[in-house]
Write a protein that binds this ligand. Structure first.
Ligand code: SF4
Length: 546
């Protein structure tokens, strides 16, 4: 490790080629950027999300973690926190650490365990850290868009991680374009994601006299302007911050360590790093944590609209959201599904693992025995081998193997959490029939997904959603099942015990919790599109690379 004479920039030793190191170059807002891990094999990063090659299930929009804890190994705590949140994003991972006078960011494409090792974590010394595991919702899955984002400010620097997706990205890009110019240059944004725009806005605010605002002052000014889903963790050299959008669409919780504080996307991440759950970060609330303790402020009135899909599929079962345990919600969804859609059968099985709690609930309420009919190949999702066409044709068998001795001759109830395009369930039905199932009745513990999500969950385009334009009976026939039923919207909502008015369920009923801009101003590639639009576009000007 080498330190610059002025102490401003830290590089990792090049003895082992570092994977994605970004450090601030003194007296500028440029980063030193090391290339990604060229030539090092990495997994496909899919873990348990996709059972069928090329068929994506719903994809999460990131996990965030932050810690303020003098005397603790904050980088390692963040590593384990991100490890616990890996299901929320598997495309890239990063950790930023402050030692009180400078921030070092280390990030790369891949899983948390692929990005970090003892050497890289050992180089991240300090008492404040923020970490991020990414699945891309705005901006491509490339190194520049990995987080935490980093930017120099008049007072030091800022590193920021974001879970969620914003809906006024185009407007934020225009606000960046309007920031005061430094040395005649417009503020430049190297990334093409909504998060980097927020970071630029927080870094570049001034008061009416042109005096630069602190991060805390800038956040109070800017966060009310940010629309959409955002659970943010960010820091400057001395303070850890956390903020949640007024709807509280994505979860964010506060925990206590013996010698510090932790914020995380899910309460399960607190458990894993030994932090005691304190409370949720409230919708519309910002926390600031430093040596003076914890401060709270409100930048907007709370209008809770938590994502119901977190309870159905996204969050870990051992997480609590808004006081309700996710596993218990899923079991209750299964119980209600059994009452709403009974069927005569011999065995209830789950599509592992996300369908398991609902299958347990279905079996309990129906009196039909629960059994294990499918064995999951837990590690195949991390293979380093690109499947050839022949292997690809094995499809779902790469990940699931039917237990023929259990299935043969049985009338099965197969419980899954959701259907997006239907290809996975179609392959599953075929495989179970080949294994000798007498009947296959599919039961889904969420209603048909008919609408896109703009708040951080990547389902598919509307045209790709199988529930669009087909009746439930037609879908069942298309899957090759003997019957198909979904839980009702009310059944799903009541299973969460959260009041309907406090939940977003737009992907099921099309009632979005906030006004949305025109369709052409939404979408994952928005900023890449803006970049291509040419200098006439004000937003594009702001997004132009250095
Ligand atoms: S649209 Fe669906 S997935 Fe998106 S936030 Fe709302 S409930 Fe969650």
């Amino acid at each position: 490790m080498r330190r610059e004479p002025d102490g401003g920039t830290t590089y990792l030793s090049s003895a082992r080629r570092p994977g994605g190191v970004a450090a601030r170059i003194p007296n500028s807002d440029q980063w030193s950027i090391s290339p990604t891990l060229g030539g090092v094999p990495r997994g496909d990063g899919r873990l348990n999300h996709d059972l069928l090659p090329g068929e994506k299930g719903p994809q999460d929009a990131c996990g965030v973690f932050g810690v303020w804890a003098p005397g603790e190994e904050v980088a390692k705590l963040t590593y384990f926190g991100l490890y616990a949140l890996q299901h929320r994003g598997q495309e890239s991972a990063g950790i930023a650490v402050s030692n009180g006078s400078q921030i070092l960011v280390f990030k790369d494409m891949g899983l948390v365990s692929q990005v970090f090792d003892e050497t890289s974590l050992g180089s991240l010394q300090g008492h404040i850290a923020v970490g991020h595991a990414r699945y891309s919702t705005t901006g491509a899955s490339v190194w520049e868009n990995a987080q935490p984002t980093f930017r120099a400010t008049a007072h030091g620097s800022i590193a920021l991680g974001h879970n969620g997706n914003l809906v006024n990205t185009a407007q934020l890009a225009e606000m960046v374009a309007d920031l005061p110019k430094e040395n005649g240059r417009a503020t430049q944004v190297a990334a093409t994601n909504d998060t980097d725009l927020v970071t630029a806005l927080l870094a570049g605010q001034t008061d009416d006299d042109g005096k630069p605002l602190t991060i805390e002052e800038a956040a109070a000014k800017i966060l009310p302007e940010v629309m959409g889903a955002f659970s943010l963790v960010f820091m400057d050299e001395g303070t850890l911050y956390a903020a949640r959008d007024p709807q509280g669409i994505r979860p964010l919780v506060l925990g206590r360590l013996e010698r510090g504080w932790v914020v995380a996307s899910e309460s399960a991440a607190l458990d894993i790093c030994g932090a005691a759950y304190v409370r949720e970060v409230e919708p519309g609330e910002m926390l600031a944590i430093d040596e003076n303790g914890l401060r709270t402020s409100r930048f907007a009135e709370a209008k809770p609209k938590g994502c119901v899909f977190e309870y159905v599929y996204l969050a870990r079962p051992d997480t609590d959201i808004a006081g309700r345990n996710v596993y218990l919600s899923r079991v209750e969804m299964g119980r209600r599904l059994a009452k709403e859609a009974p069927v005569e059968a011999d065995l209830v099985i789950a599509t592992p693992e996300s369908g398991t709690p609902a299958a347990i609930g279905y079996a309990e309420a129906s009196g039909i025995p629960y059994g294990s009919g499918l064995v999951k190949n837990a590690y195949v999702g991390r293979t380093f081998i690109q499947p050839s066409q022949t292997i690809r044709q094995l499809g779902i068998r790469l990940k699931l193997n039917p237990l023929k001795e259990v299935i043969r001759g049985k009338r099965l109830v197969v419980v899954d959490d959701s259907i997006v395009r239907g290809n996975t369930q179609r392959a599953l039905v075929k495989m179970l029939r080949e294994a000798g199932a007498a009947e296959i009745h599919i039961r889904i513990s969420s209603p048909p997904v008919k609408w896109p999500c703009f708040f951080g969950i990547d389902f598919a385009t509307r045209a790709e959603l199988i529930a669009n334009g087909m009746t439930i009976e037609e879908i069942g026939t298309s899957l090759g099942a003997d019957s198909l039923s979904y839980i009702s919207i009310d059944g799903m909502i009541e299973s969460t015990t959260i009041p309907k008015a406090n939940l977003c369920r737009a992907c099921f009923d099309g009632e979005y919790p906030m006004e949305l801009p025109d369709p052409e101003l939404l979408g994952k590639q928005l900023l890449e599109t803006e970049l291509a639009a040419g200098p006439a576009n004000a937003a594009a000007e702001a997004l132009r690379r250095p």
